[in-house]
Write a protein that binds this ligand. Structure first.
Ligand code: PMP
Ligand code: GLN
Length: 413
């Protein structure tokens, strides 16, 4: 085997996508809606594609299509409470993935430590390692609750453990709120704790906020860049895929102070150079529409969470009825559940994966016809045992498809 083959191990996700093709289970695995995006969003794309402005089919400005960065600057200037310069303080990227990649590889050098909160979106660790950095992991730990269903708010960081990770080698911390896969929405007190440590140790905060609009009542999304002294040390990342339910558009962005964005611009310039023009133009139109109705209930930024909340509650109910212990998410469109009460009904020995959640989810795909994601994928090797009894399901799915899953589980249990 050559060195290059040894270095890159195929992610497990690829295996699950392959299993889905082979067994055709009801798919609550990968996070994407199985119903159409808002019509005004797809109309914007048709209009852009067939309109008179044929220049939208050519290269655009490398660091972001002018119409889109203008719209993003308007929106985030309001949300952050400062004048964001569209030319220097925003960059658009190929999905939030590229924003993460450009941020991490642009800022992390050989030997730098990067704090990652578990469970974490699975690409953070390989990106940090690829940059030569050393990931330092800290898991959210679930508080004991006995009188109600647990929620993602019951998962908290240990203050001393967090403090103990910061040192003079710490370059950055990666925050993800609302979190994938747990759905935790960090509170102001939790963010303040992180912010204080970032300031004390001169650490960069990489804030992945792709689910910023998917937050359930009464919880509130707080942008860490708005906390005192944090703008200067925060790069915030967003995604059109999550904002407008168009994950296939693969358009993301990062915003933050110009001196921190320069590093992202250099990586982007020399790897990707320029984003997809018509997608950026259509997304600009979608933002312009929302900017006009930001104070209106009909604004998609608010209606999306309203539309998802009953789906979340329905999923919690049918998972509970099936015998699992769901953890109610405060945000995002994933739900983590403890499947271990069903263990006696599952033949875990029929699969030979190391971790029990892999064996459970594979057995479910093959024998019951339901696909979920094994959450140990979102943990470091040392902490994977914390997630072996869990499974992640996605609920941004048609009601009738969620019902099919409910019926399937009811028949099986
Ligand atoms: N961060 C998180 C937490 C995500 O769940 C996703 C979804 N894939 C991304 C980043 C990447 O977003 P995109 O599809 O825009 O690349
Ligand atoms: N964010 C989505 C998920 O977590 C898709 C990411 C992926 O497929 N790598 O399922």
């Amino acid at each position: 085997m050559s060195d290059i083959e040894k270095k890159f191990v195929l992610p497990k996700r690829v295996e699950y996508i392959q299993l889905a093709l082979e067994y055709k289970p009801l798919n609550l695995g990968q996070g994407f809606p199985d119903y159409p995006p808002p019509k005004y969003v797809t109309d914007a794309l048709s209009q852009v594609a067939s309109g008179d402005n044929y220049m939208v089919h050519q290269y655009t400005r490398g660091f972001g299509h002018p119409r889109l960065i203008t719209a993003l600057a308007k929106l985030y200037s309001k949300l952050i409470g400062r004048n964001i310069n569209p030319q220097t303080e925003i960059i658009t990227t190929l999905g939030a993935y590229e924003a993460l990649f450009s941020t991490i590889t642009g800022h992390v050098d050989e030997g730098d430590e990067v704090i990652i909160i578990e469970p974490f979106f699975d690409c953070y660790e390989p990106m940090v390692r690829y940059a030569g950095g050393i990931p330092r992991f800290i898991p959210l730990r679930m508080k004991n609750v006995s009188d109600r269903l647990p929620s993602s708010a019951d998962w908290v960081l240990d203050k001393d453990e967090l403090e103990g990770l910061f040192n003079s080698k710490t370059k950055a911390i990666i925050l993800n709120t609302p979190n994938n896969p747990l759905g935790k929405v960090f509170t102001e007190a939790e963010l303040t704790q992180i912010a204080d440590l970032c300031k004390k140790w001169n650490v960069l905060c990489i804030s992945d906020e792709v689910y910023e609009w998917i937050v359930y009542k009464p919880y509130k999304h707080i942008r860490i860049a708005t906390l005192p002294g944090m703008w200067d040390r925060t790069i915030t990342i967003g995604s059109a895929g999550k904002t407008f339910s168009v994950t296939g558009w693969k358009l993301g962005w990062a915003y933050g102070p110009a001196n921190l964005l320069v590093n992202l611009q250099m990586i982007h310039q020399n790897s990707v150079y320029t984003g997809v023009t018509p997608i950026q133009e259509a997304t600009a139109i979608a933002f312009e529409t929302e900017l006009k109705r930001l104070n209106d209930d009909e604004c998609y930024f608010y209606s999306l969470a309203r539309e998802l909340e009953p789906k979340r509650d329905y999923m919690a109910k049918f998972l509970k009825d099936a015998g699992m212990k769901p953890i109610i998410p405060e945000g995002g469109y994933f739900m983590i559940a403890d499947w271990s009460p069903l263990e006696s009904k599952v033949d875990l020995q029929s699969e030979n994966d190391k971790y029990r959640d892999y064996r459970f989810t594979k057995w479910m795909i093959k024998k019951v016809g339901l696909q979920g994601i094994p959450p140990t994928a979102f943990y470091s090797v040392e902490h994977k045992p914390l997630a072996e009894n869990l499974v992640r399901y996605c609920f941004i799915k048609k009601d009738e498809n969620l019902k099919q899953v409910a019926d399937l589980l009811e028949k099986w249990k």
